[in-house]
Design a protein around this ligand. Sequence first.
Ligand code: GLP
Length: 244
Amino acid sequence: YVFESAEDLARHVARIVAGVISERNALGQNAVLGLPTGSTPTGVYRELIRLHREEGLDFSGVITFNLDEYYGLAPDAFQSYHQWMNENFFRHVNIPAENIHIPRGDVSPAEIDNYCRDYESAIERAGGLDIVILGIGRNGHIGFNEPFSSRNSRTRLCTLDPVTRRAAASDFFGEWNVPTQAITMGLGTIFEARKILLLALGEHKAGIIKELTEGSVTPRVPASYLQEHTDATVLVDTAAACKL
Ligand code: GLP
């Protein structure tokens, strides 16, 4: 889907997410969301907050799992995704704290494998992901699954691509300060979601959006595996669609 503006796209995506939440609420069940960070989804979070405040959208039964976190950053670190999610979404809506899951970047190396397995088990216990929202890196990564990540990968510690570290440089006052590793939900984990929405805004994403939608399925572009998912949708603004 191509939208005239980022605001139109955000409204559309928020309506879809709100639909999933309301449906589950009506059945007395939990809606399980997979959530991203980054500049792309900020409008969606703003719109969901508006729906909560103005239309009474109830998040009390929502369970969330974030896609990723930088390794080496404690939850209270300024650039952590924990902080980002609190600022941009969680502190504005009524999701119970115990329903919020974000990988911790301060797990010790000895604990990491168990920790990642527990993250997977928590998703399973929640009933699996109803809907995952994704952004995309310029190299085709989703979450922090960089090019050549395994199609069946699970939540794990991974090494960041130089392209990804460069893109994050401004958040860390220089590329050399950007962590070299991250914890990410795996491609296999993400693709088990019942519904996936991948969002992209701006001309700098136009090249990768063309590869993702018109190119072949290739491990060089992890997001291209979405072509094989039964319910995956790509939503972009006109700038990100300009090479299609
Ligand atoms: C980071 C995140 C991804 C996100 C990507 C794009 O690498 N780990 O989940 O999709 O950045 O970010 P932006 O939306 O700011 O372009």
